[in-house]
Design a protein around this ligand. Structure first.
Ligand code: DP6
Length: 412
């Protein structure tokens, strides 16, 4: 039987604490400012991709969450990633041939079957393009046996979706914007590994929202065209914040980390409102979460205990240290109750924070906390709270059982 050339890998989601918003080149995906993110554990959120390459495949095909994409040839971003990795594979095949190797399979010339899935529902409105494109590019690199680094790969993943370049690493990751017009220095670098700050964890509040918002890609270019505030952000604010957040991470200074994170989320949403016509991503529940976290940080002693951040949608991500996570979950469950089973559908307590007879949402307010800061919202305003931590970069799954494709090269 002929060899099967196939690889399966997984890649993580990342949530920025200094946000990327704006492109100076929309086809190479070069940003107007640097950004920095935290890679989240793949136990809760990950993309998984299997790619097989075969001389027998009649066309390159792609299945996303079980549905075949019909327009693969015209998908510019996908094609950019395929072109770049195939070119590197071609160079590799040539170099092997020159050094005397024979029978090198010409994988760069064959069609691909790509099957990709997320372990979290897309309906939750959590960004999947970052983990999806990082996973695509990482799988191709492993399948083609490319002898290149994660930073090199990040420049390719960037062309799929800007934020995807940061999912090439675990831990704390900067996307350095670069100066070159060809994008050769616009890439991701790891600031610290996932083991660096084990106390740092995250809660993701899935906020209900009926309307479909403006996509990041579309929204950020309206901002580039119309917002004067964005120019101030790019030239003055972000360079200073990039220095500050790197320092805060290095020294595990949560107060500094939290302040920059919250200020940067606020300013990202301020440039959205400064866009003309304005773009609104947060809703009343998002703003109430901001008030709740602000009151929580102001009550008690001097130090901050939580930091909120919001991307291009109403969901909140709250970064906090381990010791405060349970208290924050109780606050969330009190002010944003659920009709679902609190200990199961609303909050999956995989870390065992609550004992079996303990009810989530029992309010034991921190000292000095103003309980009237926000009203108790109607049940279901927050659909779900996910608890996660800082996690690893992309991984290869070695076992055949992990493949998403059957023997015919079609989704299982
Ligand atoms: C608000 O990476 O989704 O999440 O490059 O057009 O694919 P494209 O945009 P995308 O934008 C992410 C924007 C953000 C902030 C961030 O992740 O830094």
């Amino acid at each position: 039987m002929a060899n099967i050339y196939e690889k399966t890998t997984t890649a993580p989601v990342n949530i920025a604490v200094v946000k990327y918003w704006g492109k100076r080149d929309t086809s190479l995906i070069l940003p107007t400012n640097s950004s920095l993110s935290v890679t989240l554990s793949q136990d809760q959120l990950q993309s998984k991709t299997t790619i097989r390459v075969s001389k027998d495949f009649k066309a390159t095909r792609l299945w996303l969450n079980g549905i075949e994409e019909t327009n693969v040839e015209n998908n510019q971003r996908l094609q950019a990633c395929l072109r770049a990795t195939r070119l590197l594979r071609k160079e590799y095949e040539n170099s092997l041939a020159i050094s005397g190797h024979v029978n090198i399979p010409p994988l760069s010339e064959w069609n691909l079957h790509i099957c990709s899935e997320n372990n979290f529902p897309t309906a939750a409105g959590l960004a999947s393009s970052a983990s999806g494109f990082a996973c695509l590019v990482y799988t191709l690199a492993k399948l083609f046996e490319l002898p290149i680094s994660a930073t090199d790969l990040s420049r390719i993943a960037r062309q799929g979706s800007g934020s995807a370049c940061r999912s090439m690493f675990g831990g704390f990751v900067a996307w350095e914007m670069g100066d070159n017009t060809d994008g050769s220095d616009s890439q991701a670098v790891q600031i610290a590994p996932e083991t660096h700050w084990p106390e740092l964890e995250a809660l993701i509040c899935v906020v209900s929202d009926l309307k479909k918002g403006t996509s990041s890609t579309e929204g950020m270019q309206h901002t580039v065209k119309t917002s004067e505030l964005l120019q101030h952000r790019i030239s003055k604010v972000v360079p200073e914040r990039m220095r500050g957040i790197k320092e805060a991470i290095k020294t595990r200074d949560f107060k500094k980390f939290a302040e920059i994170t919250m200020r940067d989320s606020n300013q990202f949403h301020a440039v959205c409102v400064d866009t003309f016509p304005p773009i609104f991503y947060m809703n009343d529940v998002s703003r109430a979460i901001i008030r709740l976290i602000t009151e929580y940080n102001n009550s008690g002693d001097e130090t901050y205990k939580a930091a909120y951040t919001f991307d291009a949608g109403p969901n909140a991500v709250i970064y906090a240290q381990k010791e405060n996570i349970k208290e924050i979950i109780n606050l969330l469950a009190h002010y944003f109750p659920s009709t679902l089973d609190l200990n199961k559908e609303y909050f999956n307590d995989h870390a065992g924070l609550f004992s079996t007879d303990e009810k989530i949402g029992q309010l034991n307010l921190p000292r000095g906390f103003n309980s009237q800061v926000i009203p108790v919202f109607p049940a279901g305003s927050v659909k779900q709270v996910l608890h996660t931590r800082v996690g690893e970069g992309p991984k290869v799954l070695e076992s055949d059982g992990e493949s998403l494709l059957n023997s015919a090269g079609l989704p299982k």
